[in-house]
Design a protein around this ligand. Structure first.
Ligand SMILES: C[S@@+](CC[C@H](N)C(=O)[O-])C[C@H]1O[C@@H](n2cnc3c(N)ncnc32)[C@H](O)[C@@H]1O
Length: 299
C-alpha cells in the first residue's frame, strides 16, 4: 500500500467518524436515486467504502444480494460493520476486505455492480485500481464512478490556493489539522472580526450577516474543508479525461448524472451550481462540475 493511500485513510477516517457522530454521513442523496440501474439480487463491490459504509447500505437497501466492501487496512472495519448491522444487515450479506489483498480474495468477472465514490481522485495509481475494478466486473456489469471535477474560480481557490497554503504555511496546516470545533471557532472568529470587531460599525443592511455566521460555518463545512485541503492527492477531472479513463479500462460511459445535494451550511448557496453544472455561473465557479458517472463494462 502506498504512503498516499495510508495518509488519505488517516485523514478521511477522522472525517468519517465525525460525520457519523454529527449525523451528516448520509446527507448527500444516494447515487441510486439518480442512476437507472437495477441491482436486485446483484453481487456488488463498494471500492473505497469508508467508515460509514453508506453506499453499501444503500445497495443492500435497494435489494443487492451481497456487497463486498474494500478500504485501506482494517481500522475502518469495526465502524463499517456496526453501521451495516444497525441498518439491519447480517454478516452473510457483506464482506469487508483490506485494499492490500482484495484482488486475491475476489474472482474475475464475478461482480454485477461496482460503486467507486470519491476514491480514484485520491490514488497515486488510478489506472491500477481501474484495471482491477474492470477485471472483477462481469461484461455488461455497471460501474458508478464519482470523480472530483476540474476548474472554476471557487474550486481553484480551494483546490489550488488552499491546498498550496496547507503545504507551505505551517500555521494554516496546524489549524486545518485541529479538531473540527477548533477550526470552526477560528473561522467564525475571523469572520466576526471583519463583521463585528471593527472601527466603524457595520452598515445597517449587513447586520443580519452576523447571526447567519454560526449556521453558515458548521462542523460539516469544516469536515469538507479538511477533505479538500488535507488529503495528499486530489486529482481533478473534466469529462474528456473521465471518458478516457473509463474507455482505457474497458468501460463505456452510459450516463452522467447531476445529484442535487442538500446542505444546511453555506454550501446550500451552491446547490444549483452542483445540480446545473452547464449554467454559465456554474462553469465560472466550478468549471467542469463534478463527475457522477454510470459506466458499463464493454462485453
Ligand atoms: C472520500 S472517501 C469516500 C468514501 C466512500 N466511498 C463514500 O462515498 O462515503 C475515499 C476513500 O477511499 C479510500 N482509499 C484511499 N486509497 C485507497 C486504496 N488504495 N484502495 C481503496 N480505497 C482507498 C480512503 O481510505 C477513503 O475511505
Amino acid at each position: 500500500m502506498d504512503d498516499a493511500s495510508l495518509e488519505t485513510r488517516q485523514v478521511l477516517s477522522r472525517i468519517h467518524e465525525r460525520q457519523i457522530s454529527e449525523g451528516v454521513a448520509k446527507r448527500l442523496p444516494s447515487f441510486l436515486d439518480d442512476v437507472e440501474v437495477d441491482i436486485t439480487n446483484a453481487h456488488c463491490l463498494d471500492f473505497g467504502c469508508g467508515n460509514t459504509a453508506r453506499d453499501s447500505i444503500r445497495m443492500l437497501d435497494a435489494g443487492a444480494k451481497h456487497v463486498t466492501l474494500v478500504d485501506v487496512e482494517d481500522g475502518w472495519m469495526d465502524t463499517a460493520r456496526t453501521q451495516l448491522q444497525q441498518a439491519g444487515y447480517h454478516s452473510s450479506q457483506f464482506k469487508l476486505l483490506d485494499a492490500r489483498t482484495w484482488t486475491k480474495a475476489t474472482t474475475e468477472n464475478s461482480l454485477d455492480f461496482i460503486v467507486c465514490n470519491g476514491v480514484i481522485h485520491h490514488l497515486a495509481e488510478p489506472d491500477a485500481a481501474m484495471s482491477a475494478l474492470s477485471a472483477r466486473l462481469r461484461p455488461g456489469g455497471h460501474l458508478y464512478l464519482y470523480l472530483m471535477g476540474k476548474g472554476g474560480v471557487l474550486r481553484d481557490f480551494v483546490m489550488k490556493i488552499l491546498r498550496d497554503l496547507y503545504i507551505t504555511d505551517p500555521g494554516f496546516k496546524r489549524l486545518i489539522d485541529s479538531d473540527p470545533d477548533v477550526v470552526r471557532s477560528a473561522l467564525i472568529g475571523g469572520a466576526r472580526s471583519i463583521l463585528v470587531t471593527r472601527s466603524n460599525s457595520l452598515p445597517e443592511q449587513y447586520k443580519g450577516l452576523v447571526p447567519l455566521l454560526e449556521d453558515a460555518i458548521d462542523v460539516d463545512f469544516v469536515l469538507t474543508l479538511k477533505d479538500r485541503v488535507a488529503t495528499p492527492i486530489y486529482e481533478q477531472y473534466d469529462l474528456p479525461m473521465a471518458i478516457e479513463l473509463l474507455e482505457s479500462h474497458g468501460f463505456t460511459l452510459v450516463d452522467r448524472v447531476f445529484p442535487a445535494p442538500r446542505f444546511k451550511n453555506i454550501r446550500a448557496l451552491l446547490e444549483d451550481v452542483y445540480a446545473f453544472p452547464d449554467d454559465p455561473i456554474s462553469i465560472f465557479l466550478m468549471g467542469s462540475g463534478n463527475l457522477h458517472l454510470l459506466a458499463q463494462r464493454v462485453a
